[in-house]
Each structure stands twice: as structure tokens, then as C-alpha cells.
Design a binder for this molecule. Structure first.
Ligand code: NAD
Length: 266
């Protein structure tokens, strides 16, 4: 695997779960990792401590990804400290579950503004920096990389979660259209869509024995994923070994997108 040493990476929503796992995995590669968090400073500090212990360096930075000025400040501080940016991991995301008839406008707006608009705002800052780097016409491998952490629900409809599925479905076209637009500038844009990964976002499902059993029925590979399953793919997808991949989604889902109901002939 190509090494990420000397690279500068921003991971949004890195105080817990998948974002934390990804930040630590980049730390293991010796990278500069900017640990963005929203409210959980202690969690962010723990991520930073672990990635430094693993061989990386970095800092924590509070920003709500849905707020334009806060996103701009996050990228400005990164540039000030490390001169440039190489990889953006757009990971921050939330769920606000409700039946459709009862979904409030606030539940709709909160999810769209974090999961979709927040990813747009961060990607735009990253693209501006990458285009600046490419002003002299880069040759060779990509000069910048964006990875969206989406979900299997960019493909699988999800009753009771229309706001979440809409945000992830929107991310699919955001990722692909942006990948097309910036490929000639040697910028790569991809997504990772996790299936069920044990984190805070779905704790009530994996921590209860009955719901855990029901969840496993949806996973042909018969186990719930860990943040590390996603993190390893993110490191590879941001590295030179995957340089010819852009505009693609990698499903890290133990086969959840394989129509598991058909495992016994339908
Ligand atoms: P998590 O709740 O542990 O992580 C989400 C992170 O996003 C948290 O650290 C949270 O503080 C942060 N965040 C929320 N709103 C934010 C904001 N406005 N600004 C900045 N940060 C904000 O859950 P997770 O499972 O690690 O989720 C990470 C990503 O993975 C999300 O985009 C989620 O949709 C996606 N995902 C998770 C699963 C899963 O099974 N865990 C499956 C598919 C997709």
C-alpha cells in the first residue's frame, strides 16, 4: 500500500465511530490528520491521542459542517498549519428517524443540511485548494482526493428514514457529478458506502440481542462491521495504489446490497 506519510487529511465527524477509525488509520500511515468534531471535544481528543500514538500528528478543530463560515475556518486553519490539503474524508452524518407523515421540517432540514449540504460545503473548500495546487497543470498521480462516507441507503430504500436515505441518494450524484467535473484536473472523488457498522449511530440495534439477530439476517457475510473495516478501505482509496479509480462507490457491507432475501432461492 502506498504510504500516506507527509499527507494532510481532514476527517469530518472524527470524534467517534467510523470517522475516528479512519483518523487513526491515517495516523498509522504517519499522516497529518485534522480531527473535526461537532460537540464531543473529549472524543476528538481521544481520536487525536490514538492517532499520535499510532505514528501520526494533527490537531482537533470544532466546526459544524452545515455552517459555511465554520467550514471555511476549518480549512483555513488546516492550510495555515500544513500549507495545503491532500485528502478530505467527508464523514459527518446524522439520523433523525420518523414516519414520513410525522416528519417535521426540522427533522428533514437537520439531516439534509449535515449529510448533504455539509458534504457540499467541505468538498467545495477542498476542490478550491486542489484547483489552486493544480494551477500549473499537475502530471502523474492525483493531486487531491475526496471520499464521501455515504451508506448502503444511497441504493437501498429505507422506510421510516426518508430524510436519511434522500441525503445519501443525493450524495451519490454529488459524488459522481463532481468526479466528472474535476477528473481532468487530476482530482479524484469517490464514495464508501458502509452497511451495518457498530457505532453510536446504531447502538440501539447492535446492543440489543433480538435486533442484532434481525440485523444479521440482512448481512450475508453474517457479521456486523467495525469502523476498521471502513478505515482500511479509506486509506487505500486515498492512496496511489487506487489512482485510476474515480467516480466510484465501494460498498463495505458484508453483502447487504446483494438482496439477502434471495439467499435461499427467493
Ligand atoms: P457516529 O454517530 O459515531 O458518527 C457521526 C459523527 O458525525 C459524530 O462524531 C458526530 O459528532 C458527527 N457530526 C454530526 N453532525 C455534525 C456536524 N453538523 N458537524 C460536524 N460533525 C458532525 O456514527 P458513524 O456510524 O460513525 O457515522 C459516520 C458516517 O457513516 C455517517 O455519515 C453515517 O451516515 C455513515 N454510515 C454509518 C453506518 C453505520 O452502520 N454505522 C452505515 C452507513 C453509513
Amino acid at each position: 500500500m502506498a504510504n500516506q506519510t507527509q499527507k494532510t487529511i481532514i476527517v469530518t465527524g472524527a470524534s467517534s465511530g467510523i470517522g475516528q477509525g479512519i483518523a487513526i488509520a491515517f495516523g498509522r500511515q504517519g499522516a497529518n490528520v485534522v480531527v473535526n468534531y461537532h460537540g464531543d471535544e473529549e472524543g476528538a481528543q481521544s481520536t487525536l491521542d490514538q492517532l499520535i500514538a499510532a505514528g501520526g500528528q494533527g490537531f482537533i478543530h470544532q466546526a459544524d459542517v452545515s455552517k459555511e463560515e465554520e467550514v471555511k475556518a476549518l480549512f483555513a486553519r488546516t492550510k495555515q498549519k500544513y500549507q495545503t490539503l491532500d485528502v478530505l474524508i467527508n464523514n459527518a452524518g446524522i439520523q433523525k428517524d420518523s414516519s414520513f407523515a410525522n416528519m417535521s421540517l426540522d427533522e428533514w432540514n437537520k439531516v439534509i443540511s449535515t449529510n448533504l449540504t455539509g458534504h457540499f460545503l467541505c468538498a467545495r473548500e477542498a476542490i478550491q485548494e486542489f484547483e489552486y495546487k493544480n494551477a500549473s497543470g499537475a502530471k502523474g498521480v492525483a493531486i487531491g482526493n475526496i471520499i464521501f462516507i455515504s451508506s448502503v441507503h444511497d441504493l437501498i430504500p429505507w422506510a421510516g428514514h426518508v430524510n436519511y436515505a434522500s441525503s445519501k441518494g443525493g450524495l451519490l450524484m454529488l459524488m459522481k457529478s463532481l468526479a466528472l467535473e474535476v477528473a481532468p484536473k487530476k482530482i479524484r472523488v469517490n464514495a464508501i458506502s458502509p452497511g451495518a457498522i457498530a457505532t453510536d449511530i446504531n447502538e440501539e440495534v447492535w446492543s440489543d440481542e433480538e435486533s442484532r439477530k434481525k440485523l444479521i439476517e440482512l448481512i450475508p457475510y453474517q457479521r456486523i462491521g467495525e469502523p476498521e473495516d471502513v478505515a482500511k478501505v479509506a486509506v487505500w482509496l486515498a492512496g496511489e495504489d487506487s489512482d485510476y479509480i474515480t467516480g466510484t462507490t465501494i460498498y463495505v457491507d458484508g453483502g447487504m446490497t446483494l438482496y439477502p432475501g434471495f439467499v435461499d432461492n427467493g
